[in-house]
Design a protein around this ligand. Sequence first.
Ligand code: EPU
Length: 307
Amino acid sequence: MVIGRRRVFSVPMLRRALLHVEGEIRWHESMAPHTSLHVGGQADVVVIPADVEDVVRVVRGARMENIPLTVLGGTNVIIRDKGIRGIVMQLQQLTMIHQESNQLIYAQAGVRLPRLMQFALSRKLSGMEWAAGIPGTVGGGVVMNAGTRLGEMQDVLQAVDLVTIRGIRKRVEASRLSFTYRKTSLPKGIVVGAWLQFTSAAKGAIKSVTKPYLQYRKVTQPLTLPNAGSVFKNPAGDSAGRLIEAAGLKGWRIGDAEVSTKHANFIVNNGAATAEQVLMLVRKVREQVVRKFGVRLQLEWKVIGEK
Ligand code: EPU
């Protein structure tokens, strides 16, 4: 949640908060289709801002009415079955991308990482190869310092385009931020875009990294079933997938939620899984890994919404 603490609010309050918004507004929207694992209850209201000025309007409106505002990427998040109170904002219309100078690209938060990679490749720019196959967005990638063993967002991020919780647009230099494993410490606000620094390279050299990497993911990860990426962070010096498999948990199921038989650090939805089943499975996996190896796995997913 970005702002807003009011627990009880009325529809007129929500309407007032969104009065000047120009983008799309959807009431009582089921969130399951908006997440890659396809679980989660309804949001009171979903707003899809038309542009950055619209993001500012949403922030100011939510602030004025003190209504909770949640920004949703959707690929690394589990929404509980009772959904989300207040306003959910999705930045999928912020899809502008351009080459600002020779090796600098500006991309809005809603740009999908595969599109950014394609854009960079077509201009012979190297730097995002690590992201091959990650389905998330630039905004989500910045917030969680997305990465793989080949690299992470921090390596290319030059500056962040941010709308503060007061509704002021601000450029924040990456040199003023701190990055850790899957986390960027940002000032409170909403990432609406990012400036990314690349280096020049031959197309063939870029592809020689991404191609085998994509192939590796295809072979080792359950990409054809709904999933939310790696469930747990890798513990220092080990891998969550190895530990979960060694604990004998591949194929464990609760309802339609299943520890993938292909990659143990994925949970897949075989059709009608609920968030509760998924989270129960997470707890079971955690318990077993602690019992067998004494390692307490940390969630990579973000869990939001009402219990
Ligand atoms: N392993 C097993 N059993 C399994 C799965 C993996 O023993 O069921 C072993 C593998 O044999 C390997 C090790 O665990 O020795 C690591 O597995 P893998 O190479 O698949 O990588 P990972 O650490 O599980 C990370 C990222 C992925 C990224 C891959 C690609 C994290 C938490 N995950 O996975 O990112 O795609 O590398 O290299 O760092 C994501 O973050 O959502 C994500 C998918």
